[in-house]
Design a protein around this ligand. Sequence first.
Ligand code: CDP
Length: 218
Amino acid sequence: MNIAIDGPVASGKGAVTKGLSIRLGIPALDTGAAYRAVTLFLLDHEIDIYDEKLILMNLNRMDLRIYMAENHDVRVFTQGQDVTPRIRDNRVSLAVPVVAAYAGVRDYVNHAIAEVASQGNFILEGRDIGTVVLPNAEYKFFLTASLEVRAKRRKADLDAKGENLSLLEVMQQVKARDEQDINRTVAPLRQAPDAIYVDSSNLTLEQTIDTLAKYIKL
Ligand code: CDP
């Protein structure tokens, strides 16, 4: 049984997916982590994120690998190095929608995801899971929240990492990233027609997990 969870920036997908994964005993895979690892590699190697051709030439030497950790977290490696601790830096967040818009990058990442996902049942979380990656998933959810709530959540994440931005700045960044994901040509962020829509603006994390869990019959 596969479960697909899609939604915009800071919609709570990560925390909800992890909670659901623990509750149902089904491993979870955060596909955004893979796009972030690719982006971090480009930034680290000073490869221009707008140079699609150069990026595609560099994918072969990246050796992207995704591993599931025991605590239900995903760990991502490039060139044998665990880059997980750095993939959520804000400079990666700002660049990732540009990189994730390239068809060649999406093929590369989807291949790495398929390798892991073929090993069993998964909860997959991302932007195009219900529409492209797992169109036949047994359960599909589209998780969202108001822009203000999402910006507040992301600001709290950044504050905890010592990256202090104003709420207005974070709100502008969240909005800009959503627009990039929604307006790209390849696999844009969309609610699958058969996905269940969940707005978590007025729900706690536990309530959101409860809402999703109610639909799932194991
Ligand atoms: O955690 P946050 O909501 O900031 O985003 P994420 O899930 O880590 O995803 C980071 C970025 O990767 C997204 O903004 C998309 O541009 C891209 N992404 C994608 O294109 N397709 C996916 N299945 C997952 C992520």
